[in-house]
Write a protein that binds this ligand. Sequence first.
Ligand code: MOS
Length: 745
Amino acid sequence: MSTAALKAQSMGQPLDRVDGRLKVTGAATYPAEFHPAGLLYGHLVTSRIARGTITAIDSAAAEKAPGVRAVLTHLNAPKLPEPPNAQKAEGIRLEQRVPFSDARISYGGQYVGVVVADTLEQARFAADLLTVSYAAETPALRKEDALETKQPAETNGEKLQFSKGDVEAALKNADFTRVEQTYSTPTETHNPMENSATIATWESPEKLVLYDATQYVKGAQSIVARAFGLKREDVRVICPFVGGAFGCKGPVWPHTLVAAMAARAVGKPVRIELTRAQMFSGTGHRSATSQRVALAASKDGRLQAIRHQSEGFTSPVGKYVEACGIGSTHVLYDAPAIEFGHTIHTVNIGQSSFMRAPGECPGTYAVECAMDELATALALDPLELRMLNNSPNHPTKGIPFSTKFLGDCYKVGAEKFGWGRRQAAPRSMKDGRLLVGWGVATATYPANQWAATVWMQLTADGTALVRCATHDLGTGASTAFTQISADALGLPTAKIKFELGSSDYPFGPVAGGSNSTATVGSAIVLAARALQQKLADLAVANAESTLYRANAREVVVVGPGRLGLVSNPGKSVSYADVLSAAGLPSIDAEGELKEEKNAKSAFQSFGAQFCEVKIDPDLPLVHVTRFVSVMDCGRVINSKLGASQILGGIVMGIGMALEEETHYDPRTGLPVTRNLADYHVPVHADINAIDVTFVGEPDLQFNAMGARGMGEIGNTGTAAAVANAVFHATGRRVRDLPITPDKLL
Ligand code: MOS
């Protein structure tokens, strides 16, 4: 973008969360906690089969149960004017089927009805009385029985099938060292603390308000408006706080449409909050993957060929590609010959979707394990192999990265971790009777910057209000935006109020793809520049002002809340004086950031993940005892919250490596692991010291802050670092996650 670099005053400081007190005192109101007058409660009824047809529904008992106001099924649900469709509305809709549109069942857990009652307990009780009969068919659950298998051409504008050079010849070249293996990852399910929920309130037949747990208020507004044939501005979506999301709240899922349908049917506000079990079928998941990776390197360790064929799953009611090759082979290492491809199988499992670092997370697992195997085959240190293949250029686009400090990540990480003391042979390092393993992997995530508009108002008392329809998923985005606003306006953070989470505010994109800091931050800078221009114009026009008749273009921020001359900063006026002299209580401005395509540079963050595991040889439970992560994400807006993002990503990556796995019953296709006792995520006892460091410089080619997002990169490379450490400790190469003790016996 064209704006000049923003000077860092607040940026970089470890400011406490601006909403921390609200959150810990319970004063933060999450969407499901709103309570419009007359609120009723809906409980969703889910299919007990994964494939087939509903043959009959007996709702008599449910309708007569205490407190019940309505029972909706495909037999009586209102038909929506148009099916929602991601191609025709802004926003994200992965499950294309309109809920309750017919008797067809495409996956286990599909909604077959909703019961609305005066209380949640009454709704749940009555839901159990709803009798649904099915003609079940054998569900397709594995790729061997897939309903359809495809090799899609592209996703989000990136080619899914790519080839350069002669991979086959390089893989056959007898002078090269070659490895080829298949790596697999299981289905993983997003498990934010806050379950998905929507409260729908019809203020009139044409006006709808949704309190919706979402990563994309403007997307939900657009999709719901289209589904119900409403004007976009007649749908308001409110979501001031999000209790975690990891991607599952990016798309609009069926429960949101059901809430609006049910509220219309009963003429009252209706709340639908998913149960934890329903989160395992109704709000997406990370597809299982199977990835065949082949690498060839010359004896000096330089990569000569990379082949990466990835398979994943989608559902019969939508399309989604887990783009492992795009997330890894596309960007990680250069080689004369590179080939990647993606194959997608349609099965009777709920719609797969994006989950934190989609593509990158499973993709870096496979490629970074293969790199470790290549290091073994070459008898090279695995870190050295990576350093040898660190390229300043994007491997498939052939353009340079704007900045890339991956070499520093490797170096600083190795030093902090003590990598130089590593003994190469597996099973050679011990701590008493415990096997010790050290593993390394590269992390990477693209830097995204999309479109957003920010509105900003400066008041005569010297405070500023800043608004954008963006989101804080728990990442600390509100705090980062406060810091950027402070520096952009030349005010202390205490004078800034940043508001988000409402579709009433100017456009903000989905809080996904780690884009928000860059996107909204850049729009904040534009808004602040526009506002300061207005102030400068007022100051030079005021005969009483010290800046009277100065050139407005030479007026800049010279101190906290003060404008002055670039040539003579001592000649200055306060914002407050400019406003009072002009007789204005406040002044406001907007900054609109458009998405820009830059064909000259590639914007990408990198990092190095170092892991130590200790394993009892008799009971091979893997303990991650130390983790060192060094990241290059450009400027870090908030050192504390930035490090927390990386740390959280690493915890998630450790879960992926060792614990997380969604199982589906092979007969019924229903998710079996559907609570947090059966679906294992890391708990406190699983996590030890995690050391996060940032290196590199602000990426000022990317934006005025020099900041690239960091919401997702933490859980890339992590699972590979753990798996590689497990190999080093035990000599056993586990290629299918999670690495549970049975696989090491
Ligand atoms: Mo995140 S998976 O890009 O919402």
